[in-house]
Design a protein around this ligand. Structure first.
Ligand code: DGT
Ligand code: CA
Ligand code: CA
Length: 573
């Protein structure tokens, strides 16, 4: 795993340097794609290299294969070392600050020698940036605001990143003979959209060897604490990981305790006290004589408290305990209920794969349908489709559909909502599509009222089925647009428009609380992976996490409809 991540970092950095040097966009994209592939790949790149099958990885042509080989053989890459002489790595970190693009990074470095984020902040605070060409007072203020977001991001990671890291660690520890049970706990088990730190729980009668292995994991950059039953490491991705080891007869109690949330736990403890019980990470005890009456099994603990089992995603003290008491818990939607994906890009716009490749991959996932939703023309940088190319794609999909069995491709588009709320593809063409998702991609800084009206206008269009990534947030990079989400939910209900749960790890948009509210207002939700390559179809799992955290049952999601029912439903608007 670690080699994959190391290589991914090199390719990401190459892409960034090329961006700063204003190089060819296709060349840049090739490096970004291989980096993303490496990060998401379940297999070791070294193993693939040794078996001579590099060329079977999507996006690996001869040039990239040669570079992977050189990195694996020598631990270095001549090409990368040369690039770094022109643009030091510290300058690349500047690109992670919201509002600093390649042009500004280059400007700051060349004019003021800024090659760290600290130096950038100092320069901004001393108002040295505003007098640079193309800058100004407002631009400098934006950078200071970006720096605040940057610092916040360092603290919380998207679910998708943390989950992959945690699964890698679990895979290393699980085979140890001393490990009886192992589970992810904390916010990660609750599948929260962002994760502060990773919590892992192990049961064992011999914790010593486990701790020894844990602090020496290849993922561990630093050991922050080391003890018999509790240790903490920092990974190379700067994610903190807490490991606790408890005896097997406390597994359920410890899992409950360390899964949280803290608010959920406190509420449970209050209930326990009323029943003259004590509950902690070792078990449930009778107050009168400290006799242990449960501990091994999480479900049993809920039972003793008079509750139905509460799924981890619901444990936020948002009414789930009352619902469990009254037997009114939702029957949460499950992975097997998902019949298709509503948001996928292909190489017609900025996606990596062909329609054919995607449909094969989707079919393997057992889907009955997928919507191909490339960008529309306003999004030049993403190679958005104009009418002519969209018509060409429609034709192509119709052809492919004829040869498919068990799965259907829906002809769709991710149509851009322009600043005035109109769409950049005329109705006459939208009409010919099976599904239309509409989204804002520019002019985020409009006033609240204007942005909300813009979305209203789009939802009132009879052909718009889904509003994609409704709030526009990008975790750690961009705050949500200033819209009134509650009003958007109401308009969605009135216009019979579905709202997307965008499952891309950095978006996770809508978020759980809004999803729950949408459900309460009778608005349907639609998960879209927003995949730009096949491996990202798996991001559906993160969308499902949000759906479950938003209390959704099967009937609240468009994705659970069979193909026939979906078709009928799409015709209804
Ligand atoms: P995070 O890491 O910020 O995303 O959120 P959590 O929920 O994973 O929080 P974390 O890692 O601090 O602690 C993991 C769980 O352990 C937490 O959900 C509940 C439990 N826990 C930790 N500290 C306390 C505490 O002081 N009181 C109670 N009742 N539970 C705690
Ligand atoms: Ca945690
Ligand atoms: Ca923790």
């Amino acid at each position: 795993m670690t080699k994959n991540i190391e290589l991914a970092e090199v390719f990401t950095n190459i892409a960034k340097i090329l961006k700063i040097q204003n190089e060819n966009i296709f060349k840049i994209r090739a490096y970004e794609k291989i980096a993303e592939t490496l990060e998401n790949m379940p297999m070791e790149i070294e193993t693939i290299y040794k078996t001579g099958k590099l060329d079977e990885i999507p996006g690996v042509g001869p040039a990239i294969a040669q570079k992977i080989g050189e990195l694996l053989e020598t631990g270095k890459l001549e090409y990368y070392e040369k690039l770094k002489e022109a643009i030091p790595t510290g300058v690349l970190e500047l690109l992670n600050v919201p509002d600093v693009g390649p042009r500004k990074a280059k400007l700051f470095y060349e004019e003021l020698g800024i090659d760290t984020v600290e130096k950038l902040e100092a320069a901004a605070l001393q108002h040295q940036l505003q007098s640079l060409p193309g800058m100004g007072k407002k631009a400098e203020e934006n950078i200071l605001r970006g720096l605040e977001l940057y610092k916040k991001r360092e603290q919380r990671r998207p679910l998708g990143i943390a989950l992959l890291a945690a699964e890698g660690i679990v895979a290393e520890l699980k085979p140890l003979a001393e490990v009886a049970q192992i589970s992810i706990a904390g916010s990660l088990r609750r599948r929260k959209d962002t994760i502060g730190d990773i919590d892992i729980l192990i049961t064992s009668l011999k914790p010593e060897n486990i701790m020894e292995k844990f602090v020496n994991l290849p993922q561990a950059k630093e050991v922050l604490a080391e003890g018999m039953t509790k240790s903490t490491i920092l990974t190379y991705q700067d994610i903190q990981v807490d490991l606790r080891v408890v005896p097997p007869d406390s597994f359920g109690a410890a899992l409950l305790y360390f899964t949280g949330s803290q608010a959920h736990n406190i509420h449970l403890r209050e209930m326990a006290v009323k029943q003259r019980l004590k509950i902690n990470e070792y078990g449930v005890f009778q107050s009168k004589d400290d006799k242990k009456i449960a501990g091994e099994n999480e479900q049993k603990i809920y039972e003793i408290l008079g509750l139905r089992y509460i799924e981890p995603e619901l444990r936020e003290d948002r009414g789930e305990i009352e619902a469990a008491l009254n037997n009114r818990l939702p029957v949460l939607v499950e992975v097997d209920d998902i019949k298709g994906d509503f948001h996928i890009h292909t190489n017609y716009s900025d996606g990596f794969n062909t329609i054919e490749e995607i449909v094969v991959a989707a079919s393997k996932r057992g889907y009955q349908y997928i919507a191909i939703t490339d960008h529309s023309q306003s999004l030049h940088i993403a190679g958005g489709l104009d009418e002519e190319r969209l018509l060409e794609q429609i034709k192509r999909i119709e052809q492919i559909n004829q040869s498919l069995e068990g799965i259907t491709i829906l002809k769709g588009i991710e149509v851009d909502i322009k600043s005035d709320g109109t769409l950049d593809i005329p109705d006459a063409i939208l009409k010919r599509l099976d599904i239309v998702i509409a989204a804002i991609h520019s002019g985020f800084k409009q006033e609240r009222k204007q942005l909300t009206e813009r979305l209203r206008k789009a939802m009132e269009n009879p052909y718009v089925d889904i509003i994609a990534h409704p709030t526009g947030r990008i975790i750690g990079y961009r705050e949500a647009y200033d819209i009134d989400v509650q009003e958007i939910i109401q308009i969605a209900a009135q216009t019979n428009t579905a709202l997307e749960i965008n499952a891309s790890p950095e978006r996770m948009d809508l978020s759980d609380i809004y999803v729950k509210s949408a459900r309460e207002h009778g608005v349907l939700l639609a998960i879209g992976s927003d995949a730009h390559q096949i491996s990202a179809l798996d991001h559906m799992a993160y969308g499902l996490a949000i759906a479950r955290r938003g209390w959704l049952e099967k009937e609240h999601l468009l994705n659970t409809l069979s193909f026939d029912k979906l078709q009928a439903r799409l015709k209804k608007k």
